[in-house]
Design a protein around this ligand. Structure first.
Ligand code: GLN
Length: 492
């Protein structure tokens, strides 16, 4: 069969076959990414002799950088490389980053991480953009497709997080980073063997130029990215620069966004792009609350939770680190099928309402986190079952917002800006992570030797506040849904 756009988008059944290939490629990439992410904090404390506080700050900085670079990776894909080449380049740089660390973990760590940051920037937004292009603009199966893709993300995240941490802690750090590199190689091989099925999707936007001209521009992007390594390295090494970077990249991104916005020809395209921007703005709030999982909730798990889950004993931090991914893997395809089923009966909520629901679940989840205080014993230790239940609820919220967000960005963005917009979506995540750290720090007790009961009260008070704010956000979204619908010009 010839892979024209028409043929690809006219697929039969629930999912296009290309989605499975992108699913696998992204799964391996997320294994590599979450493997690296999972070992970061422990590695920096045990191998680089950072204090807990320094390690936390640096962890946050690295996360923020990784997601911030997706904006840059998205723009270069739109303008010069196209998604396929961008993804390939990003993957190769990620492999190099992990191999370099594996070679000499203590000496080359920051250098390798810098490459991982650049590589993820070129890889991450562009694979999601390609998923979007598998669908016609009004295909109701798109959200379900992103739901399935999102399961792939989480299978990779779960395996990578578990296996790399295990290898690093119990065997050697070199092996952990080597595993991440090998898995990324598998991802790229998967992509290389299946990319012809994508037909024109993700091809260079410069096909109208001569080969020589196009190649020279591509080379400039590759060279420019590699030349920027020393600058990024300095920023990663010095946490103080992270604040400066975060204060700069946001305004720069907004100015660039406005510059592209005014260049659009039709009012409908402009207003759709504004709607996409508003979704991104709400997503920042969502992630700021949600990402407590890596920060305050993991401290809460370490201090205030029993180790009894249903009928067995388990370390509460394992529950904190894995339950979200597990619930995503289980529920994401189901929710996708629910959306398709509801669509057939004309009952499917539109994206604004799904986002609103995302916040309502988020609010309910934080209320449950707050509610754990009523199950605490006199030592301030409370129920792991209730905590896990809160994770189930927060995951339902994530599924109403995160895959749906990827999907709506691909629907609302004109084709020539979809990489940039997807990058902006992930830049929203970068800010979310950043704000999450600030919120978490605000919730903690001022002194480290506070009793467990005091810590329980401090954190659960914070969670109650978050529940209220999330509820307000959800209600605002539902209230402004008709305005948003107007901006979206018929896109649901
Ligand atoms: N967990 C998802 C992923 O890794 C979403 C991340 C995010 O946007 N913060 O792709």
């Amino acid at each position: 069969m010839e892979y024209t756009l028409e043929n690809i988008q006219n697929f039969k059944g629930k999912y296009p076959k290309q989605l499975w290939y992108l699913f696998l490629t992204e799964m391996w990439e997320r294994f590599c990414f979450y493997g690296m992410r999972g070992v970061l904090a422990i590695f920096m404390v045990s191998q680089l002799s950072l204090t807990d506080k320094e390690s936390n700050l640096k962890y946050g900085a690295i996360q923020a950088f990784v997601y911030a670079f997706t904006f840059i990776g998205g723009i270069f894909a739109d303008k010069i490389l196209g998604f396929k080449k961008s993804l390939f380049f990003g993957g190769v740089v990620m492999i190099a980053g992990n191999l370099i660390i594996a070679f000499s973990p203590q000496d080359l760590f920051y250098f390798g991480i810098t490459l991982s940051i650049i590589g993820t920037g070129f890889f991450k937004p562009n694979i999601s953009s390609m998923v979007g292009e598998l669908y016609k603009e009004d295909d109701p199966r798109r959200d379900a497709g992103f739901g399935l893709f999102y399961s792939g993300i989480n299978i990779g995240a779960l395996l990578g997080g578990a296996i790399c941490v295990y290898l690093g802690k119990y065997h050697s750090w070199s092996l952990a980073f080597l595993a991440a590199a090998i898995v990324m190689i598998i991802g790229l091989i998967t992509f290389a063997f299946t990319k012809k099925t994508l037909g024109p999707i993700g091809d260079s936007p410069l096909l109208h130029l001569t080969d020589a001209k196009r190649k020279s521009r591509e080379m400039m992007v590759y060279a420019g990215s590699l030349l920027s390594i020393p600058l990024i390295l300095v920023m990663v090494k010095n946490t103080a620069y992270t604040d400066m970077f975060m204060y700069t990249i946001g305004p720069v991104a907004i100015i660039y966004f406005l510059f592209e916005l005014v260049k659009l020809k039709t009012a409908a395209d402009k207003s759709k792009l504004i709607a996409a921007f508003l979704f991104i703005a709400f997503s920042i709030l969502f992630w700021a609350f949600f990402e407590q999982s890596g920060g305050s909730l993991s401290l809460f798990a370490a201090n205030n939770l029993s180790d009894k889950l249903l009928f067995f004993n388990i370390d509460p931090n394992i529950v904190n680190n894995t339950s979200n991914s597990l619930f995503v893997i289980l529920f994401s395809p189901l929710l996708g099928l629910l959306w398709i089923g509801m669509n057939k009966r004309k009952l499917e909520p539109n994206t604004v309402i799904k986002f609103g629901l995302g916040f309502l679940f988020l609010s309910a989840a934080f209320y449950v986190f707050y509610y754990t205080r009523f199950f605490a014993d006199s030592n301030g230790v409370t129920s792991l079952n209730i905590f896990a239940l809160a994770y189930l609820v927060i995951t339902l919220g994530e599924l109403c917002l995160s895959p749906i967000g990827l999907s709506i960005i691909t629907k609302l963005s004109p084709k020539h800006l979809s990489g940039m917009m997807m990058g902006l979506w992930f830049l929203g995540s970068a800010y979310g992570q950043y704000v999450a750290g600030i919120l978490g720090a605000g919730m903690s007790t001022p002194n480290d030797d506070a009793s467990k009961v005091e810590k329980l009260m401090a954190y659960t008070d914070g969670y109650k506040q978050l529940a209220i704010y999330a509820l307000v956000c959800g209600l605002i979204l539902i209230l402004i849904s008709s305005l948003m619908k107007k901006l979206m010009h018929g896109v649901k």
